[in-house]
Design a protein around this ligand. Structure first.
Ligand code: HEC
Length: 163
């Protein structure tokens, strides 16, 4: 029952975000503040960089701007990670109380064992950061407004992104 309610409220949230971001001024980045905060909390930028194009860092994550994933797939990758790659799982119960890709830890030998992230995220946080990836990064060009959203208005980092 609880699960169903969660799914419903999530769909609602998603629809309302889609509608409100669908204005002529483009996306209202402020609505993604919570998702951005989760991106920072999970240290996604440690591997995918602040701009989401990946590269650099110790994990050398891929670009999140040219992925081809549905929202559900993004949620699942963040929840479960990608065993055998550097992408860690962020859901505490993953591979233990809850199966991922229909597997538990016992199904892996040490070389393919799913990596745990340093910080775990709640389902709500995973949903929020997934919506952030989907709506703000995927298929979007890096621009000054995103940069100032990530850092702050007038940040020096963003000066050479002026077009
Ligand atoms: C320790 C490094 C690391 C961290 C931290 C990390 N990632 Fe990743 N991520 C990767 C790597 C490496 C891949 C590529 C996996 C592969 O080869 O399939 C990846 C893949 C992904 C993908 C799938 C991309 C695709 O094309 O299929 C998504 C979405 C993603 N990461 C989102 C996130 C988010 C959001 C966070 C923070 C909550 C995060 N990642 C944190 C390393 C990382």
């Amino acid at each position: 029952m609880r699960k169903r309610k969660n799914v419903l409220s999530f769909i609602f949230l998603f629809i309302s975000i889609s509608i409100s971001s669908n204005n002529i001024l483009g996306i209202n980045l402020e609505e993604y503040n919570y998702g951005l905060n989760v991106y920072k909390k999970g240290n996604c930028m440690g591997c995918h960089s602040w701009h989401g194009k990946g590269g650099g860092g110790y994990g050398a994550g891929v670009s999140l701007r040219n992925i081809n994933l549905t929202l559900d797939e993004i949620i699942n990758v963040i929840k479960c990670g990608r065993p055998g790659t550097g992408m860690p799982y962020f859901f505490r119960k993953a591979y233990k109380e809850e199966k991922c890709y229909d597997t538990t830890f016992e199904d892996y030998d040490s070389s393919y064992r799913p990596l745990s992230s340093k910080k775990f995220l709640s389902s709500k946080q995973i949903e929020a950061v997934s919506i952030f990836v989907k709506e703000v990064l995927q298929d979007k060009m890096l621009d000054e407004s995103y940069c100032e959203f990530f850092f702050k208005k007038g940040s020096k980092v963003c000066l050479n992104l002026k077009n």
